[in-house]
Design a protein around this ligand. Structure first.
Ligand SMILES: Cc1ncc(COP(=O)(O)O)c(C=O)c1O
Length: 411
């Protein structure tokens, strides 16, 4: 562990004179030297635009960018690197599917329903609101339906079969909640959806960084992830889709690189995956994400999941001992990721986060970009800790001591 922590320069930082304890990994993760070096090496030695020049740098840059695509395809079990579309983040991946896949279905096929869950991040809620406002008319509404969340933070699958109808254009669900940590049963949802011919999008922003992901085993049709939540740079993410679906979809954005030929009166779109990558992409970001995937695979996703389960169990056990502390979610390391949201009676989550910060402990507070879910639990704000492969039990002890200090201050 000490060796692994040495790879992350930021973990040596002091915050208010204390060693940094970074427990805000669900928001974004820290970067190992290997990723930082891959990005700076690209700019120092290989920088050129891709897919265009025939000079050496252009060829090397193209090779590195396309090599990263292949690494990510292997990482999530995609059959073909052409199914990997580089986007800015999970949010952009969902918006791409909303505009290029769902919008035409809503308009022409009269499938007027979308099924989400009550635990979605705003990224998997607002794109559908926006789409709804674009395509619906007073005579023809678009209905957003939700798989309910139970009090224990897990999904209520009992009405799944009735919630999915022949009118459902897409089921779009998170794999793991960024608030409750809950890991959802994607194969079960996919089975119910496919039985009615309905495709499924999986938001893997909070799962792909923390557990093995295989799109074939999940059975889904689209999957999105964000590089910055899995040791990679910001501004790079992935949309994976089944080839036949991506091929039938119109381009999302128009511009250079996404075309095969252009005339004054029209254009021919490029092949996959470039059809969806208009303009100069985040080349350094993709290469950095490739290095992040190499790093994760060297440790192995099974080992990362096992380590986080140990941390989660340990944190839950120690948090449960603090009187006045309410935890939202399954409270079971087998059913959740290393995300734990909570409130301490009589102390606002922002005050808790400020006190933790004075102790060098970075935690998140607020509605975690899942306002409806936080409200459903009767709260305006929650505090949240979220772990990653470099966190330790000792860091959890420091966090627990900070909570005890907060209690003393607000006594
Ligand atoms: C479950 C979930 N989905 C989507 C997102 C959006 O990620 P990004 O802001 O990188 O697009 C997040 C970010 O917190 C998330 O937790």
């Amino acid at each position: 562990m000490r060796k692994l922590r040495n790879d992350f320069p930021i973990l040596k930082r002091k915050i208010h004179g204390k060693s940094l304890v970074y427990l805000d990994n669900a928001a974004t993760t820290q970067k190992p030297r290997q990723v930082i070096d891959a990005v700076s090496r690209y700019y120092a030695q290989t920088n050129a635009n891709i897919h265009r020049g025939i000079h050496t740098l252009a060829e090397e840059a193209t090779e590195a960018y396309e090599g990263a695509r292949k690494k990510i395809a292997d990482f999530i079990g995609a059959k073909d690197p052409a199914e990997i579309i580089f986007v800015r983040n999970a949010t952009e991946g969902i918006n791409l599917v909303a505009r290029s896949f769902v919008a035409p279905r809503l308009l022409f096929e009269r499938s007027r329903e979308l099924l989400l869950t009550e635990m979605e991040h705003h990224s998997n809620l607002v794109p559908w609101h926006v789409l709804q406002s674009k395509v619906e008319s007073p005579k023809s509404k678009v209905l957003l339906k939700f798989i309910p969340v139970k009090k224990n933070g897990t999904l209520d699958y009992s009405k799944l079969d009735t919630l999915i109808t022949k009118k459902t254009a897409l089921v779009s669900v998170t794999h793991a909640s960024n608030v409750l940590g809950t890991i959802n049963n994607i194969p079960r949802i996919v089975k119910a959806a496919h039985a009615k011919g309905v495709p499924v999008l999986v938001d893997a922003a909070q799962s792909a960084p923390h557990m093995p992901i295989d799109v074939q085993k999940l059975g889904c049709d689209f999957l999105v992830l964000s590089g910055h939540k899995m040791l990679g740079p910001t501004g790079i993410g992935v949309l994976w889709g089944r080839r036949e679906l991506l091929e039938a979809m119109p381009p999302f954005l128009g511009g250079g690189d996404m075309i095969r030929s252009v005339r004054y009166d029209g254009f021919e779109p490029n092949d996959l995956p470039w059809k969806f990558e208009a303009g100069t992409p985040n080349i350094a970001g993709a290469i950095g994400l490739g290095a992040a995937v190499d790093y994760l695979q060297k440790i192995s996703m099974q080992n990362i999941r096992a380590h986080e389960m140990v941390l989660t169990k340990y944190a839950l056990k120690n948090m449960q001992k603090i009187s006045g502390l309410t935890i939202y979610g399954p409270q079971d390391s087998k059913k959740q990721t290393g995300v734990i949201s909570f409130n301490l009676h009589g102390i606002h989550a922002h005050d808790l986060a400020s006190i933790c910060d004075r102790e060098g402990v970075a935690i998140r507070s607020g509605h975690h970009c899942a306002e409806p879910l936080v409200r459903k639990f009767g709260q305006n704000a929650m505090a949240r800790v979220s772990f990653y492969l470099y966190n330790t039990k000792k860091e959890i002890d420091i966090f627990i001591d900070a909570l005890k200090k907060a209690k003393e201050i607000f006594k």
